[in-house]
Each structure stands twice: as C-alpha cells, then as structure tokens.
Design a protein around this ligand. Structure first.
Ligand code: GLN
Length: 385
C-alpha cells in the first residue's frame, strides 16, 4: 500500500537537493570524473588513521565532553595562538563540531531572530541562505565584483541598517577562490565599529592559500575577533571530509550561546578521532605544508588546462578553480555542466547555483584536490571541447 501523502507545509518550499549532491549523483550515474563536489580523492596520513584505530582499540569509544575532548581544544588553542597570536580559551571559547556546516548552522540557530538582516556575499556557499531563512532572518545578498570576486564596500555601507545582525564572510571563498586583503579588513572594522553586528567567518580553507597571499583570519584583529564566530574544518585540513569534524572559535559570551544550541543539536562529536587529531596537530608541519601541497596541484591543473578553450580565473585560496566556457558554448552553466557530465564524462559545479537571482556568467567550478592522474584524465576529456 502506498504511504498516505500527508500534507506538509514546507519551511523551504523552493529548495531542492544541493548542487553538490546533484552533480556527484550525476557523476556516479554517468561514471564521470568527479571534479564537482569538493573532496580529495587521495588518502589522509596513514599514521593518523592508525592513531584513530589505536584510540578505538584502547577504549576511547564513549561520549566526548559536550564542547569536545579537552586535549583537542588545547591543541586548537595552541595552533590558533601560533598562527594569529591570540588566545582562545579551551574551556570557554572553542567547541568541536561535526564539520563546518554544523558549526555554521549552530551559529545561525544561536543568533538569528525573526526579522534580523544578515549580509551574505554572492556567489555564496550554499548553506548560508537557508540557515538564515529557517530562523526568520532576512538574507541581504550583495554580489561580489565579477571576475575579481572582491567586496564592493560602498554597497555594503548602503545595505547596512539598524536591523543588520550579522555579516557572513567566507575567506578563502568557496566558490570564488578569492581572499580578503588588508583593505577589506579596514573597511570591515570601520563598518562594524560601534555597532552590535556579529561576524560569521567561514574559514574552512584557511590553510590553503597561494602565492603571496596571507590568511587574514578574524582572529588576528581583536576588535573583529570580539564579534566573530570563526568556523574551521578538519575535513579540509586532513583530507578527511567524510569524518565530518571541525570546530568553532568565539569569545566566551558568544560561545556560551553557541553551546546552548550545540548541546541539543549534536551534543558531542565522535571521541577517538578527536584524540587522534589532537596528537596530529602537535606537529606544526601537519598544517603548515598544506598550501604548498595544494599550490602544486593548482599549478598542475592550470598548466594542463592551458591548451583547452576554458579561461581560468585567478585562484588565491581554496581547492577550487573557476573557469569560463564562453569560447565553447552559449548555454547556461547548469545546462553546460549537465552536458559536460553526460557527453564528456567530467563533472563540475555551475556557479549560478551560488546566487539568489538568475545569473549568466558562464562560469563553472572545478575541484583540483585530486591525484595527478585524475586531473590529467579530466583535462584530456575537457580538451576535446
Ligand atoms: N564543501 C563542499 C564543496 O564546496 C561540499 C560539501 C557538501 O556537499 N555539502 O564542494
């Protein structure tokens, strides 16, 4: 007997499956090389896996404390001090989460109330807008300049109102691959000074920064850190997106609100992995060498893509390469990506999926967190277009 179709009033009536799930599914169906959803196709460090295993075998298999294993919070505190010369208290200012997305959602649940305006820059990572809307917030969408993907601060000043509750930053940006500079920081400081505006700074690609760029974390600026939730991801740092583990940093008063929600949303995150990561972070090179590692992959991708008709945009950070296909097709980016999977065996992400309004930049996103062979095989297919 079929299930009775119980009438449901959707809280997100216009929303379907995420573009990442959609494209990965299509890639699997068509046995395409998947450069769409961002995840590495190589393994994490063997010692790290062995260490998780050891902790499991040694009986570290029950609930972790609600904010996370203390040893890991201490390791994060030390790493943050090492990188940004700021102290985050392991007791009150660091919480381990089940990945970046959960941390972002928890921030929204903790802070956003009916009618609050939240400034979000587009192209925007897909989870920001729904998380704001689900809590009665109003996303205030501001487009980054194309193709530099820089912030138009004059526009931001115009759009800040007495209802502005939060500014969401994504640095390095996904999918923009751009990073904030000192000028951006100054503008942000000016705009927020003397206001109660909070910042949600999604810094999950913090360790993947190229050329002479620096990662200007909100943690580096006391006035901004005071109003910021900073979100980080071990999935990106350790090539373990399937482990779903990350963390959030915030001053104690903000973190107290975060934890009120976290304790009922997830309660705590898996124990043995937290212990193993704590040990792993003790070696600085385990997080400091990542940019170099990915810069090689980026450069390899750029070099091999040169003979194709795709035009590549600059990549300052993250493991994503944006490309335009204006010389290949007039189609919109979604149609183009579907055809790319079905007819050419390569999956990518249409960048229009990251905007609230229809756009036609003819730009798509490739993930280059892949083995050289994967990149080579994909580019071979792309060069036929
Ligand atoms: N962060 C990944 C990306 O940008 C996707 C993660 C997910 O599918 N939710 O591709």
């Amino acid at each position: 007997m079929p299930h009775y179709d119980y009438p449901v009033k959707s809280k997100l009536p216009l929303l379907g499956l995420t573009i990442f799930a959609t494209m990965s599914q299509l890639a699997a169906e068509h046995k395409a090389i998947n450069l769409s959803q961002g995840f590495p196709d190589f393994e994490t460090n063997e010692e790290l896996i062995a260490s998780v295993n050891t902790y499991m075998k040694s009986g570290f298999n029950q609930y972790a404390p609600m904010p996370g294993v203390m040893k890991l919070r201490e390791a994060i505190s030390a790493k943050t001090f090492d990188l940004h010369s700021i102290n985050y208290s392991p007791e009150t200012e660091i919480t381990i989460t089940s990945g970046g997305t959960q941390a972002i959602y928890t921030v929204m649940v903790s802070c956003i109330q009916e009618g609050d305006e939240v400034i979000i820059f587009e192209p925007a990572y897909d989870c920001y807008v729904p998380a704001v809307k689900l809590h009665g917030g109003i996303p205030v969408l501001i487009e980054l300049e194309y193709p530099s993907y820089s912030i138009n601060w004059k526009e931001v000043i115009k759009r800040v109102t007495s209802k502005t509750k939060m500014i969401v930053l994504n640095n390095p940006g996904n999918p923009s691959a751009s990073v904030l500079g000192e000028d951006d920081i100054k503008q942000l400081q000016k705009i927020t000074a003397g206001t109660g505006i909070l910042i949600l700074s999604d810094e999950v690609y913090e360790h993947i920064i190229f050329d002479n760029h620096q990662h200007l974390s909100m943690a580096r600026y006391q006035d901004l850190a005071n109003r910021s939730f900073i979100v980080a991801s071990f999935g990106k740092l350790l090539h373990t997106t399937g482990w779903k583990i990350g963390y959030c940093l915030a001053p104690a008063n903000l973190m107290a609100e975060f934890r009120k929600v976290h304790q009922f949303m997830v309660f705590s995150v898996n124990t043995p992995i937290q212990y193993a990561i704590a040990d792993f972070l003790a070696k600085r090179e385990n997080y400091l060498n990542l940019s170099e590692f990915y810069q090689q992959k980026r450069d390899y991708f750029i070099q091999f893509m040169k003979p194709t008709k795709f035009q590549l945009l600059p990549v300052a950070g993250s493991y994503f390469q944006l490309a335009t296909y204006k010389k290949i097709s007039e189609e919109n980016d979604y149609e183009f990506c579907v055809k790319l999977v079905k007819e050419h065996g390569v999956a990518a992400i249409p960048v229009s999926a990251f905007y609230g309004r229809p756009t036609n930049y003819k730009t798509i996103r490739f993930c280059f967190a892949k083995k050289p062979d994967t990149i080579l095989a994909a580019v071979e297919r792309l060069s036929k277009l």
